[in-house]
Design a protein. Structure first.
Ligand SMILES: [Zn+2]
Ligand SMILES: [Zn+2]
Ligand SMILES: [Zn+2]
Length: 124
């Protein structure tokens, strides 16, 4: 009985599940910034939640206006209104997915997910 290894408790299992959940959650997945400045790829690793700040401070993507901006992501160089750049990068380059907290279905846009929640999971 003394030699039996019983260190792996239910609490440990719960922790492992939590880690797996975080890892599989695209909001927590580490991403790499491939924005090109003067021929140099940024290559910075970031969490999804940090990305808007990074784009703003490191690459000067500022504000939600209609001024046109070129997406400098590797091999992209698409011109678009500045207000669309964040969404464009999320969808085209990061392949960000929003997961319904109720049924785990995945969506590419928050408003699609919100519509889904309103239609399928609303209480009334
Ligand atoms: Zn960057
Ligand atoms: Zn792009
Ligand atoms: Zn759902």
């Amino acid at each position: 009985m003394a030699s039996y290894n019983y260190n792996f408790s239910a609490e440990d299992a719960a922790k492992l599940c939590e880690l797996a959940r975080i890892k599989n959650n695209p909001q927590h997945r580490p991403y790499v910034c491939l924005w090109v400045t003067n021929g140099v790829v940024c290559n910075l690793h970031f969490q999804a939640s940090e990305f808007p700040d990074h784009l703003r401070s490191a690459h000067g993507v500022v504000g939600a206006d209609k001024a046109s901006l070129t997406c400098c992501w590797v091999n992209c160089f698409t011109e678009m209104p500045k207000e669309s750049v964040m969404r464009h990068i999320n969808e085209k380059h990061l392949e960000w997915r929003y997961t319904c907290p109720t049924c785990n279905e995945q969506f590419t846009r928050t408003y699609t997910m919100q519509n889904h929640i309103a239609r399928k999971h609303s209480g009334n």
